[in-house]
Write a protein that binds this ligand. Structure first.
Ligand code: C2E
Ligand code: MG
Ligand code: MG
Ligand code: MG
Length: 286
């Protein structure tokens, strides 16, 4: 259906747009319930030592187990949580749940690994909350865990566009002793000067840098240069998006020590990862 808006232009009714907005409004309401109830779930993706192929830790990745729509991935609801302010409640839940799970894995001799660490993704909005550092400190001390066993992943945009409060939060977190990592490195922001200034210790290189390996002749030299740059800044590198044995070999060859990706393992539910930790020492599991 269409009608004139009176200025000679046609205003076209777009059912698709209206539908999208209704869907979103419905999701906003449901997400609130999901956070308060128990519809969120964490999956854990192994980070692998590229030389020994042992697991060195996991990254917690949130999913929404929706009662009628099934498993919803974070790209569909994290932005909504950020826009509506629900992200701090969501983040608090992720922090508590991940730290509690880390405690369980570390305290069971069948699943415990030396220095086994937990990574969680932190939203830019978390750095704006004065209580965030206290939340992290409390979660760790309640679980009796050394702060160095928790690594907070922050996106480039969150840390680069950061204001004084962000910087204050980052410095406080560093003093607390948790690991700080820049996530999705190399996805569009200038990178060199801030790498040296920020209180971070690890850089996770975005998978898009790896995906052209093999097809683009200049890519190997570029990957090696990126790794050198990170090293020259005194930081440790983790490569994400490792999907093939060749990529894993290549990264090891240029001196990268840690990798993460579907080649080693997809993100797994807690029970599934527990089983793998009990029965397997090297990854990928055959
Ligand atoms: P991220 O932190 O960069 O996480 C890596 C994403 O890449 C995950 O998608 C993971 O499943 C996927 N991935 C891992 N290995 C491979 C691979 O080999 N190939 C490909 N193609 N993909 C791979 P996921 O779980 O859908 O998460 C998407 C993003 O959502 C995350 O990107 C992160 O930015 C955000 N996110 C996830 N969980 C949380 C959370 O608890 N809090 C916040 N604030 N953000 C989260
Ligand atoms: Mg991440
Ligand atoms: Mg990433
Ligand atoms: Mg990403």
């Amino acid at each position: 259906e269409s009608k004139s808006d009176g200025r000679g232009k046609l205003k076209i009714f777009q059912p698709a747009m209206l539908h999208a907005r209704q869907m979103r409004n419905q999701l906003v309401g449901e997400l609130k319930e999901a956070i308060a109830g128990s519809q969120l779930v964490l999956h854990y993706q192994p980070i692998i030592k590229l030389d020994s192929r042992e697991i060195e830790g996991v990254e917690a990745l949130v999913r929404w187990n929706h009662p009628t729509r099934g498993l919803i991935m974070p790209d569909e609801f994290i932005p909504i949580a950020e826009e509506t302010g629900m992200i701090s409640d969501l983040g608090a839940w992720v922090l508590r749940t991940a730290v509690e799970q880390l405690k369980q894995w570390r305290s069971d001799p069948l699943t415990a690994r030396h220095n086994f660490s937990m990574r969680i993704n932190v939203s830019a909005a978390d750095l704006q909350r004065l209580e965030f550092v206290e939340d992290v400190r409390e979660a760790l001390s309640a679980a009796g865990l050394d702060p160095s066993l928790l690594v907070l992943e922050l996106t480039e945009s969150a840390v680069i566009q950061g204001n004084d409060l962000d910087r204050y939060t980052l410095n406080s977190l560093q003093r607390l002793g948790v690991g700080l990592e820049i996530d999705d490195f190399g996805t569009g922001y200038s990178s060199i000067s801030y790498l040296r200034q920020l209180p971070v210790d690890t850089v996770k290189v975005d998978r898009t840098l790896l995906s052209a390996l093999g097809s683009d002749p200049s890519q190997p030299a570029l990957l090696a240069a990126v790794l050198q740059l990170i090293r020259a800044c005194g930081l440790k590198a983790v490569w994400e998006g490792v999907e093939t044995a060749e990529q894993a070999e290549y990264l090891l060859g240029i001196g990268c020590t840690s990798g993460q990706g579907y080649y080693f393992s997809r993100p797994l539910g807690a029970a599934q990862l527990t089983e793998q930790l009990k029965h397997h020492k090297v990854w990928p599991i055959s």
